[in-house]
Design a protein around this ligand. Sequence first.
Ligand SMILES: C[S@@+](CC[C@H](N)C(=O)[O-])C[C@H]1O[C@@H](n2cnc3c(N)ncnc32)[C@H](O)[C@@H]1O
Length: 458
Amino acid sequence: MTGTGLVGAAFAATIELARARHLNVWEPWLPAEAVPPGAGLVRLLHLGVDVPAGAVDPAQAELIVQLGLGRRESDRLVAASWAVTAFRGVLAAGHREYGSGVGDIHIGEDSLRFAAAVLAAAPRGRVLDIGCGSGLASMAAARTAHQVLGLDVLPAAVEAFGISAALNPGLADCRAEVGDFLDLGRGDGYDAVVANLPGVPVPDGVPYPTAGDGGPDGLRLIRALWRWYAGMSTADSLVMRFQCPGGPRTPIAVAELAGFMPPGCDILVVTDSAVPMLVRNAITATRAATLDSQRGAEELTEELQRRCAERGWTHYHCSTLRIRRNGSGMRVHVPTPDLVDVRRSYRGTGWSMSVEELALKVGAELRRMPDEFWSVAGLNAIQDALAHLERIYTDLGHGATERQIASSLSDASTPLDQAAAVLVVSAIARVMVRMSLLVPVVGVDAPVTEGRRGMGSA
Ligand SMILES: C[S@@+](CC[C@H](N)C(=O)[O-])C[C@H]1O[C@@H](n2cnc3c(N)ncnc32)[C@H](O)[C@@H]1O
């Protein structure tokens, strides 16, 4: 039976419909309340809820057991450590307990954004997916390619890839191998390379899952990949997602990148999000603390912040990169939209719209939040703030800063919760300024428009 026979189009449609209604449109893992009670397969495979065996078609149940996605216990189907999600009709399996030291195969917001970039690039011919993880991007590439090879250092990635391939029927020939791309020699024979390598800055001595660890500046593997692509691969194109520290507008890697690549290739970097380093560091510290019995999240956050301050890094940027080898030498960096700018003080001009109308506009703004926001307890922070819109308006209008309001809103005192609350209040302030309910009065930057900028070669 094909993958369609296993889960059917309704599985992907249920997840995608629920995601479309969710504030975070890049969320791979939906909460239980977003899934209709009758959707037995989604409840079992996506949410990890045990279901009566009768809730699932018997042939599907058999395949679920065969693929290791669940097991039978008397008259129930019990969820396994693999969870299944869908994105734009592509299905993939990742570890349910990622980040807690139990499973290494991660599907996060970055995976969905990367898969979107691969779908948009529509690679043809033979494709190599470096750091394939769950295989989501490989399955996306297989929509247009005729052969896809996934490569990952983790044996569990090959297992996940096999399950993902079984879940996606009728695609190109897909297989995966365990291997370190640093050992790749000449990479002849591929038409396209796609990669989403670990890019979290993790200082030496701080434990972190392989799927995220990018070394002290986050660029250890990313630089190595650029070097390999430029010097050893003959593939026409490279599509990748990368993260990187930097200043408020520019990731540090952008200038370097041009220096790696041969003169005639086209390089397009679109930075779709940037968050203050504190946000990234608080997430990193929280994850590292689960693997480090000596130090807690607060202590690790402080250490990470100190190291970033020493290097002058204020922001963490997430970008999509497309390289075409035989182009016209175009080098373009589209910097991040002005999402996380924290202004200082405002004057109120008078409340002139309904709370509901304002809440809708705030909701639309919050959908643009970067991946990291959703990892910092973003939804809780949103609910808290939306319940207090009028008070936030009054306080902002009387000169309270976004940080002051955030700390009065958030009853939790972890760096993660505080970072999320600051981002929400600054997004709300931005909407109120746009609606002319507030006028910025102190420390206001000139509005930053999404623009194009040439890349210097290093
Ligand atoms: C950020 S995850 C991305 C996974 C998947 N491509 C996605 O987008 O969801 C990075 C993946 O790269 C793998 N990886 C890390 N170092 C690697 C290396 N040197 N060679 C091959 N794979 C590597 C990790 O095991 C992990 O699965």
